[in-house]
Design a protein around this ligand. Structure first.
Ligand SMILES: Cc1cc2nc3c(=O)[nH]c(=O)nc-3n(C[C@H](O)[C@H](O)[C@H](O)COP(=O)(O)OP(=O)(O)OC[C@H]3O[C@@H](n4cnc5c(N)ncnc54)[C@H](O)[C@@H]3O)c2cc1C
Length: 397
């Protein structure tokens, strides 16, 4: 059953209709096989880009859709309800465009952004390193200025779209200052010295490639620096505020998909002569799942509306990410319960939803780090963007 939504314009309603149609026709027929075969659906991103769905929150002057964030997130939720790996990919691609869209010069934006937002170029986001996930300011990757170039070296772990992307938004150290010595670069995939390790063998999201990227004396033109030297960590972390809302929307979509499947099964499956949904114990489980999904949606929409109004929203983004991903874990686990023994088999998708939900509590700042961000804001008596925006909490130190 389609989710009932309040959207701000007829254009937004049309976008959601288009998304549902594409999800039904392009994603649903492929998701099961692609996830089983760990096959990355590169062409799907081109399809979504050409339909205008990859650049929704960016300005029309650079090829984006000029839509409020609340509309973009609901589109993302609808995609993730059918295919979580693609939802995560759309969110990460949006994150990889963020630095260019917000801190790039007009020349840099005109050069790359239309193809990035139109789906011709797929992006990746390289912040984490093998020893530095929650604490990104501990990164070691370096970029050394050399005439009209920078030379990058180091390893970037866990890169979503690693080895598949056309460009990498890379945070690397240009000085030893812990948080103010990091800069942001846009590195083309074909740069000499850049390579991808074999993809990680993951528990879930197997249709989304994740790999460590190796930078061995990768020389790039100096005009691929985004913003000024030393601004890389603030660029990365403010992008994560928006990215966390993306993950909250993806987690909500995943949970909605699990709820829909569980309700459909519970209306069909009979025990003791009645559909199992009519047993109060099971019906109440479904009611709690529905309440959790609605709560998640309300949380990310509230944070997005603050963002759309130009208000600080870091703390609310962390709350939305925390609530929506914890709810997704619970709802998908309960969906397996609704299916009984069949839920534990690969004949039904609910076990996959449960595996997919787990990582949402881990990436874009673990849920421990979200609690840290929220509690630090509380301790300071409000939201302070310079101290609470972290993927970790690097700037607070
Ligand atoms: C599938 C997948 C895709 C990813 N995609 C990307 C990507 O595209 N780009 C990118 O840059 N990164 C990506 N990541 C990395 C991800 O953001 C990190 O894994 C995450 O930030 C956690 O870092 P870590 O794995 O190093 O764990 P650690 O930082 O080592 O943390 C280990 C545990 O300690 C806890 N912990 C750490 N510090 C604290 C603290 N101060 N207080 C309380 N608890 C704490 C954590 O919550 C966690 O439970 C991805 C990860 C995965 C699994």
């Amino acid at each position: 059953m389609p989710v009932s939504r309040l959207v701000p314009s007829q254009e937004a309603a049309d976008l959601l209709d288009l998304t549902r149609q594409l999800a039904r026709e392009e994603l649903a027929p492929r998701v099961v096989q692609a996830e089983a075969e760990e096959a990355f659906p590169r062409d799907v991103f081109r399809t979504l880009g050409r339909a205008g769905l990859l650049g929704l929150p960016y300005g029309e002057d650079v090829g984006g859709g000029g839509q409020p964030y609340e509309v973009y997130l609901q589109v993302l939720e609808e995609i993730a309800a059918v295919w979580a790996s693609v939802g995560v990919g759309v969110s990460v691609h949006g994150l990889s465009c963020f630095g260019l869209a917000t801190r790039g010069t007009a020349e840099q934006q005109q050069r790359w952004l239309p193809d990035m937002l139109g789906g011709e170029l797929l992006g990746a986001y390289c912040l984490s390193e093998p020893h530095a996930g929650s604490d990104p300011a501990a990164m070691r990757a370096r970029a050394v200025s050399d005439g009209d170039s920078y030379v990058l070296s180091g390893d970037k772990a866990w890169t979503t779209h690693g080895g598949q992307a056309d460009f990498y938004k890379v945070m690397a150290r240009t000085s030893d200052d812990r948080s103010r010595g990091i800069s942001c670069f846009l590195v083309p995939a074909d740069a000499a010295g850049l390579s991808a390790d074999p993809a990680e063998r993951k528990m879930g999201l197997t249709g989304s490639t994740t790999a460590t990227m190796r930078f061995e004396d990768v020389r790039i033109d100096a005009d691929r620096l985004l913003g000024a030297e030393g601004e890389g960590l603030p660029i990365a972390l403010s992008g994560l505020d928006a990215g966390r809302l993306g993950i909250a929307a993806v987690a909500t979509g995943l949970a909605q998909g699990a709820l829909d499947d569980a309700v459909a099964y519970a209306r069909e499956r009979e025990t003791f002569g009645v559909p199992i949904i009519e047993h109060q114990g099971l019906g109440f489980l479904l009611a709690d799942m529905a309440a959790a999904v609605e709560t998640s949606r309300a949380m990310y929409l509230a944070a997005a509306r603050l963002r759309d109004a130009g208000q600080p929203y870091s703390q609310q983004a962390s709350i939305a990410k925390l609530v929506a991903t914890d709810n997704a874990m619970k709802v998908t686990t309960d969906a397996v319960q609704v299916f009984g023994g069949y839920g534990y088999t690969r004949d039904f998708p609910v076990e996959r939803y449960m595996r997919e939900a787990k990582v949402m509590q881990i990436f874009e700042g673990t849920n421990q780090i979200q609690r840290l961000v929220i509690s630090r804001a509380l301790a300071k008596g409000g939201t302070d963007r310079t101290t609470v925006a972290g993927g970790g909490f690097a700037l607070a130190r």
